[in-house]
Design a protein around this ligand. Structure first.
Ligand code: ZN
Length: 434
């Protein structure tokens, strides 16, 4: 992405101020979004927690990486145990009057924000005494975090907890230990702002466009009528701030999440309990299977938001920026194999396209057949041109009678001849197989 060069005047200003260490954000955050983003990306390069390059990690791994940053400016307390007995911990940075609560990975396989929180905690610990921007945050806000609220789900890299329950549909009944720990913390802290940090299906598009939604934001409704009171308006303003902060990193790949009220979901209920709550969903970004670019985008957005909350500048933002975002749109299928001839054992060959969705879309693994037939004109994330070639399904792509079945693993040879001797590509759940 092209960036405007740092204006000479502000570069001189930065040089003239006493800089405690290279890479500090201070003396204050630039107001120009591009400049600010550049500065925060440099910061991120320095404080980025090591050992989280793969988005699949356990809570134990995460805590072992973060543990050295605790006990100083960032304090820690246990607030409960998961269904399988893993500790749930609440971290705190800052002593200011505005209380902020962030929680991540309530869904065990949604780890992007947990990586960004590790980076944030490292910055809090390392620069608490030296970075003026961090000083402003610490004086203006008390920042609380519950990282990896669903550690049992994280251990399996699955959405639900060990009891098989979606913790984010347990806000009303409070039957899961994870849901109870969050509810008790919200009741105790009575936060002014809440950040509910998730990942969404990377195949979702922005509105009616073909653009992948990198980020979706929501200032959730607190009742069926979707009324906007002062607290929801503040959440909308902070969401507008996030749009501005994240645009330098993801452009117009930002959508608005569906705002129907869900009384079983925590984001909605925390809002109903009185906090200005913001949902951040990290979706997909091209060639970013481990979501490292979106981790950075979360970091930049959260630093900007915490700073504006601490110095009460969130009021400068117009809720209309958030409000005018297109909603999350359709989800594009992962792969279209177009133009080939299907050769099934003992059946007449036919002109047939295949649509494939991956169980692990970011890695393009675990492909399953989702449609067969005339799929000309169907939009997909990727297209494989099979014109002039034969598709010969094999293995469990076929049922016991040798018929091709939707829902089964996508396994086929792409060949130049119907006999299947001249193989161009072997697709074995993944296009990489050759
Ligand atoms: Zn989620």
């Amino acid at each position: 992405m092209m960036r405007a060069a740092l204006p000479v005047a502000s570069a001189l200003l930065v040089a003239a101020c006493s800089m405690p260490r290279p890479g500090s954000v201070g003396p204050s955050l630039p107001s120009d979004p591009e400049d600010r983003s550049m500065r925060l990306e440099e910061l991120h390069d320095r404080v980025r927690a090591p050992g989280l390059d793969d988005r699949r990690f356990t809570a134990e791994q995460w805590w072992s990486i973060v543990e050295p940053s605790l006990g100083g400016a960032v304090t820690s307390e246990e607030i409960g145990r998961s269904a399988e007995g893993r500790p749930l911990r609440l971290l705190r940075f800052g002593t200011g009057g505005t209380t902020v609560l962030l929680w991540s990975q309530m869904h065990g396989d949604e780890s992007t924000a947990s990586m960004a929180l590790a980076d944030l905690i490292r910055w809090f610990d390392e620069d608490a005494e030296t970075d003026p921007v961090l000083g402003e945050i610490a004086r203006g806000a008390s920042v609380y975090m519950i990282p990896i609220l669903n550690p049992d789900g994280a251990a399996r890299f699955q959405r639900r907890n060990a009891q098989g329950v979606d913790v984010n549909r347990d806000a009303r009944r409070l039957q899961t230990p994870e849901g109870r720990a969050l509810e008790a913390t919200v009741t105790r802290l009575d936060p002014d702002f809440g950040f509910n940090l998730h990942d969404q299906d990377p195949a979702i598009r922005v509105g009616r466009s073909d653009r992948q939604a990198a980020i979706a934001l929501l200032a959730p409704a607190f009742n069926e009528a979707r009324d906007v009171d002062d607290k929801r308006l503040r959440a909308m303003q902070v969401s507008s701030l996030l749009v501005e902060a994240m645009t330098p990193l993801v452009g117009d790949h930002i959508a608005k999440y569906d705002d129907a009220f869900n009384p079983r979901a925590f984001g909605d209920l925390v809002g109903a309990w009185g906090a200005s709550t913001i949902l951040i969903e990290s979706g997909g970004w091209a060639d970013d299977p481990q979501k490292q670019h979106l981790r950075r985008t979360n970091f930049v957005g959260l630093v900007t938001a915490l700073h504006a909350i601490a110095n009460r500048r969130w009021g400068d933002y117009d809720a209309a920026v958030y409000d005018s975002l297109p909603f999350n749109g359709r989800r594009l299928p992962d792969l279209l194999v177009a133009g080939g001839t299907l050769a099934l054992p003992g059946m007449p060959a036919l002109r047939g396209d295949l649509l494939i969705d991956y169980d692990r879309p970011l890695l393009r693994e675990g492909g399953r057949i989702s449609d067969v037939g005339d799929l000309e004109g169907v939009a997909a994330q990727d297209t494989l041109d099979a014109t002039g070639l034969y598709l010969i399904p094999f293995g469990d792509a076929l049922d016991e009678r040798g018929a091709l079945q939707v829902g089964r693993p996508a396994r086929f040879l792409l060949t130049e001849d119907s006999a299947g001797t001249r193989v161009r590509l072997r697709f074995d759940g993944s296009p990489r197989g050759r």
